[in-house]
Design a protein around this ligand. Structure first.
Ligand SMILES: *[C@@H]1O[C@H](CO)[C@@H](O)[C@H](O)[C@H]1NC(C)=O
Ligand SMILES: *[C@@H]1O[C@H](CO)[C@@H](O)[C@H](O)[C@H]1NC(C)=O
Ligand SMILES: *[C@@H]1O[C@H](CO)[C@@H](O)[C@H](O)[C@H]1NC(C)=O
Ligand SMILES: *[C@@H]1O[C@H](CO)[C@@H](O)[C@H](O)[C@H]1NC(C)=O
Length: 423
């Protein structure tokens, strides 16, 4: 009875203020000349009420028990500017569920149970300024999921389980002023991600798994990086504590920025582990040039066989290994060759033409080292008929025969690869 009374009063207010409003049961609808707000916070709702006035400008559905967003929930709500769905139990959002919200500026989805964002979740939302997704359980955001969000000013992805983010889309958000990525599992941020974000004022990457940050002119812009709060008009707040920072030459640029607080610590190299980042002197931010510790000596093989050229190096940071072919070209993965990250080069089906000196190049920011490995590929005797064993009954022949067999087995594969030397 009491609630019916409240309902009637609310309805009455709405009717008085505007032409006939539809207001979902239990919600409060306010007309604020001429905008309509539908307020349904903390109403124990299990789903988005079906009869929301489609002219609603502000829609609040926070602190309910909504578990999913359906395609029809916000259909035709072209006037909606602000949508709050915080603190529900939303685990799924139907594809294109927000598609009609062409004027939406702010979407609050924090403290829900989202695990994935797909390409079609936020498609078409080119006017969105604020996207708040913190405190979910996000593990994956599809690479194209943020492609349309070019007007974003604020993106909050903090307190999720993200190992990566759609960096290319973020790079294009030229209006972004706040980017919160803290409390995730990021181990890598590509260089150049922030270069185009000239309006960025706050970047929080606290408590991730980052060993380094990509150097970027944007960090130099202000120099003063304060987590304390007070910021001048041109200052830029960067927070990166709680990461396993590797204090070598790759982070020297960061150490050169001046700041007052000293919460960040170095996790490695070992002799700097635990030291406060800002108390380690610039001279201690050292890298070690690569040193090739092991590599294949001269290798011999019969054509058609596979050969592995090995090369190992150490240094700080870990060197990257490349191989250069005898003709000077950089080796890359192909149908005949595989370049492994551990430094091994596999030539899967060798040809006589592969003979020559291969060069293993180990490089890191501190320098480069190289070694050559000579490869000799012997031509196979022509075995058309099974006559060779009879002609050459010496002990070596069985070996050759075995090898020949391997070579011929690979021949099935060979026939599909045009650039090989004929037998
Ligand atoms: C949205 O508009 C279309 C066309 O005007 C209509 O067919 C549809 O029923 C509307 N959907 C909702 C949920 O209002
Ligand atoms: C998502 O979009 C990107 C490009 O925008 C595309 O490369 C990718 O294949 C799409 N993923 C899926 C699962 O559709
Ligand atoms: C080349 O292929 C190997 C596996 O065959 C893979 O481990 C490696 O990552 C690939 N390298 C590149 C650069 O794609
Ligand atoms: C293979 O053997 C056949 C019959 O023994 C012979 O006619 C042919 O010329 C031989 N081919 C070659 C390439 O030796």
């Amino acid at each position: 009875m009491e609630s019916l009374l409240v309902y009637l009063i609310v309805l009455g207010v709405a009717v008085k203020a505007h032409k006939v409003q539809i207001c979902p049961k239990r919600c409060v609808c306010q007309v604020l000349n001429p905008n309509l707000a539908t307020l349904c916070d903390k109403k124990g709702l299990l789903f988005v009420p079906p009869n929301i006035d489609r002219h609603t400008v502000e829609m609040r559905l926070g602190d309910n028990f909504v578990t999913s967003i359906k395609r029809k929930d916000f259909a035709n709500m072209t006037k909606l500017v602000d949508l709050t769905l915080s603190r529900n139990t939303i685990g799924s959002i139907a594809p294109h569920a927000f598609k009609d919200l062409e004027n939406l500026r702010a979407l609050h989805l924090d403290s829900n149970r989202l695990t994935r964002i797909t390409n079609d979740t936020f498609s078409g939302m080119s006017k969105l300024h604020h996207l708040i997704l913190n405190n979910n359980q996000l593990t994956h955001i599809q690479i194209g999921a943020f492609n349309d969000l070019t007007a974003l000013e604020e993106l909050d992805l903090s307190y999720n389980n993200l190992e990566g983010a759609p960096w290319v889309a973020i790079q294009r958000m030229s209006n972004l002023h706040t980017l919160n990525l803290d409390h995730n599992m990021l181990s890598y941020i590509p260089e150049g991600t922030f270069s185009g974000l000239q309006k960025l004022k706050r970047l929080d990457v606290t408590s991730n798994k980052l060993q380094k940050l990509p150097p970027d002119p944007i960090f130099q812009r202000a120099g003063v990086l304060a987590t304390s709060g007070i910021m001048g008009p041109s200052s830029f707040a960067l927070s990166f504590g709680g990461n396993p920072l590797r204090c070598n030459c790759e982070l020297l640029w960061l150490r050169r920025l001046r700041r007052e607080d000293d919460l960040e610590t170095c996790a490695s190299p070992q002799h700097l582990a635990g030291r406060y980042f800002w108390t380690v002197s610039e001279e201690e931010f050292l890298c070690e040039p690569p040193l090739i510790t092991r590599h294949s000596q001269e290798l011999r093989a019969l054509e058609g066989q596979s050969v592995s050229l090995r090369c190992k190096a150490r240094g700080d940071p870990d060197p990257v290994i490349h191989w250069i072919a005898p003709d000077g070209r950089l080796m890359s993965n192909s149908s005949r060759a595989a370049v492994h990250t551990d430094g091994t080069l596999d030539i899967l089906i060798s040809t006589v033409k592969d003979s020559g000196s291969f060069t293993c190049v180990a490089s890191n920011p501190a320098g480069e080292a190289q070694q050559t490995v000579d490869l000799v590929i012997a031509k196979l005797p022509h075995i058309i008929n099974n006559t060779i064993a009879e002609q050459e009954p010496d002990p070596g022949s069985s070996d050759i025969a075995t090898v020949t067999k391997t070579g011929l087995e690979a021949g099935g594969l060979l026939s599909s690869l045009p650039p090989l030397a004929p037998y």
